[in-house]
Design a protein around this ligand. Sequence first.
Ligand SMILES: [Zn+2]
Length: 277
Amino acid sequence: MPELPEMETLRRDLDREVGGKRVKTTEVTGRTAMGAVPKKQLIERLDGVKVSGADRRGLILTLKLDSGELLVLDIREGGHLRKTTPKEEVAKGTQVVISFTQGGQLRMVDTTGKMKIWVATPDELLEQEPILTQLGLDPVVEPISWTTFGHLLLSRAQPIKSFLMDPTAVVGIGPIYSDEIIWQAGLRHDRESNRLTSQEMRRLYRALVETLHDGAKHRGTTLGEDGYYDLAGKPGGFQEYLEVYERAGKACSRCRGTITKVKFAKANLFMCPDCQV
Ligand SMILES: [Zn+2]
């Protein structure tokens, strides 16, 4: 599943590639979930509108339309977005094709049946996705200060692994980046957020900001066949830099200990038992 660096990469690409373009036609070919809007309405509400830019709220991508509405692209659970020429072969699983007047198409491809696409006003979107009213810090959109982060840690009594994966604390962090951040900070995943020393909080803060920015700089992490691909269909590069995630049995680059897979909160995580304390 894509996390913050992958979605931010897509947002930047969308902003550059479809910002300023006007919709000529929308074709709905597949049976993708249309969210709150029926197929016919999606086509009507997109007809002739101009895309002014791309936004991201947590892990949900939105295109701002000059009609005042938003095209909501929810690929959190599955699906890919592709910007193509009209001539490019239509990939298996293509559900929606938006053609722009100046040429080029935005295609939504999904073989999982979990992608959702719909048009909504900003207020409607908040009603449809109530989580968006409770989102926590987004360190990629807005630089967060160390004191804000420290206060947030102290206000919760959560193991730091759960804290990082809680979208009401920090948005967009899933299994991959949380393991990497916690390793970078040299802490154990089950340390309580409100029991860290001030020095440990600073280490966690620095690891969070640096890991997410590095992830976005390398255009995200792509693992496995169903992994994330960017708007041009290319994989990310951050998988080359992972220190612990899916590296059980390998040597820790910091202490040469052995990376271990551990069960935690009904899921697996990866850590170094020797240097994460
Ligand atoms: Zn180690």
